[in-house]
Design a protein around this ligand. Structure first.
Ligand code: ADP
Length: 466
């Protein structure tokens, strides 16, 4: 691991925090986050000496991401607790449902709630020297969050600004997002230094989606958010009103909690488009708590969802879709060895090491039963470009509880792509820092690896959970 300044609650120079984030803490790989001075990349984002925003404080210049990013959507709110993360998550899931390749980046350093909302609370990204892989959250959706690296999600993260922004820069530069149609960013709330730096790092082409609640006190918050984006020169896609009214889960009647139309009026007053109103609905709270999005319905044109929350999100996803090009990042049919190295012209991660990916096999293809497979294919892959450098066929030890996960982890595997796997095996693997993807189809191992690298690995249900 590269040397870095230690910034944590143990008295290090740059941090007043109670949690620190590094490879030995929350991160399972040899990469680490949260260090302003991390390797080559620390300076690449640049600390300009000129604050063009006129807002004071911000000195970041836009970073260049490695992959193609069709559009960036940054979800902002004037203050916390208004449903910003809920909107970011459902917007990302909704866009992924339309077939777009979506990255969801959670840089809300105060409360990185995206992993919990997507049921990825135990996930640990695969990471190597100078690179990290985002966590798959179903077809078309890849996620990165500070929350993946926190040893204890209950303990608040308190870092000084440069450390936080070093982390955000790393998430943009070092994460192997692959080509994306859209990157959705869950930004810290408010209009202070943190959202300012995030917007500067993303650059002036990031479209803002401003989330607010409808009551009168939100007016000033929204005005500030709108003015903030305008001063930075970021286009504002529009305002989303959250908790616009209460939908009774029994009869479906919508009862306004505040004078109706507040969000729309705010949009008119500030000269910004109104994207839609999301009702307060207990299903949305419980879905967030249960780690799934309600937007499991097909949001493509022509489908009429029944659930009021899904219906409410439809125009928001539709409006976001107008700035996200569709599907041209697809690279169907490429094998792992055909994926060109960094064909996007971006900077290659420094010092990348090989990565091992294990796939249970039956008759040469992925076996749906992890615990009862004949063999494992362990592929050695270049994390830069997905080139398969070698493949071993290993015969697993006899089936006994807990034996197989330990054996796989001992092979140095960092990612298992499986069809079905029991909860205990998955937990044991994740505890050893092995990322697990379930629901993959019975395909050729090299094709599965190529699909994963190409951000087009289709994952369905866990086909066997015992
Ligand atoms: P923020 O990111 O602005 O802090 P969150 O998205 O984390 O806010 O939402 C705070 C809480 O409110 C979460 O528990 C979330 O599930 C819940 N919530 C947000 N919007 C709604 C809604 N429209 N209906 C029901 N619960 C909601």
């Amino acid at each position: 691991m590269q040397e870095h300044e230690h910034r944590c609650g143990c008295g290090g120079a740059g941090c007043s925090g109670e949690q620190h984030v590094e490879a030995t803490g929350g991160c399972t790989g040899s990469g680490c986050v949260g260090h302003a001075g991390h390797g080559e990349h620390a300076g690449r984002g640049g600390h300009g000496d000129h604050d063009a925003s006129g807002l004071g404080g911000g000195t970041e210049t836009p970073v260049r991401m490695a992959g193609r990013v069709g559009a960036k959507l940054v979800v902002l709110s004037g203050k916390g607790g208004v449903g910003k993360s809920t909107v970011a998550v459902n917007l990302a899931v909704g866009l992924a449902r339309t077939g777009r390749k979506v990255g969801l980046l959670d840089v809300d350093v105060h409360g990185p709630s995206v992993p919990r909302m997507l049921g990825l609370g135990r996930a640990r990204p695969v990471a190597g020297e100078g690179w990290m892989a985002p966590v798959s959250a179903g077809p078309n959706l890849r996620v990165m969050s500070l929350g993946f690296f926190l040893p204890d999600p209950e303990v608040p993260v308190i870092w000084r600004g440069p450390v936080k922004m070093g982390m955000v820069r790393q998430f943009l530069v070092d994460v192997r997002w692959g080509d994306l149609d859209v990157l959705v960013v869950d930004c810290p709330p408010g209009t202070g230094d943190e959202p300012l730096s995030v917007l500067q790092l993303l650059g002036p082409d990031a479209h803002a989606v401003i989330v607010t609640t409808p009551q009168g006190v939100a007016v000033d918050d929204v005005r500030r958010s709108v003015g903030f984006c305008r001063q930075l020169g970021n286009p504002i896609l529009g305002i989303v009103e959250n908790m616009g009214g209460y939908v009774c889960p029994k009869c479906g009647e919508l009862t306004p909690l505040f004078p109706a139309g507040g969000g729309e009026q705010l949009a008119r007053e500030t000269g910004v488009a109104f994207l839609g109103s999301i009702p307060l609905h207990p299903d949305l709270t419980s879905a967030g708590d249960a780690g799934r999005s309600l937007l499991e319905a097909d949001l493509s044109a022509g489908h009429e969802p029944v659930h009021p929350v899904i219906r409410a999100f439809q125009p928001v996803v539709g409006a976001a879709g107008t700035v996200c090009p569709t599907g041209d990042s697809e690279a169907p049919g490429r094998s792992a060895s055909e994926i060109p190295a960094r064909d996007n012209g971006g900077p290659a991660p420094q010092g990348a090491s090989n990565m091992k990916i294990a796939i249970p096999l039956a008759a040469g293809r992925l076996c749906q039963h992890f615990g009862h497979c004949e063999q494992f294919a362990v592929l050695t892959v270049d994390p830069d470009d997905g080139t398969v450098k070698g493949q071993e066929l290993l015969t697993p030890p006899p089936h006994e509880p807990g034996v197989l996960p330990a054996w796989i982890a001992d092979t140095g595997t960092r990612l298992v792509i499986a069809g079905g796997m029991g909860a205990r095996a998955r937990q044991l693997l994740e505890e050893r820092g092995v990322q697990v993807l379930v629901g993959a189809s019975a395909a050729d191992p090299a094709d599965l690896v190529a699909a994963w690298f190409g951000n087009r690995l289709e994952l369905g249900a866990n086909t066997c959970d015992h």
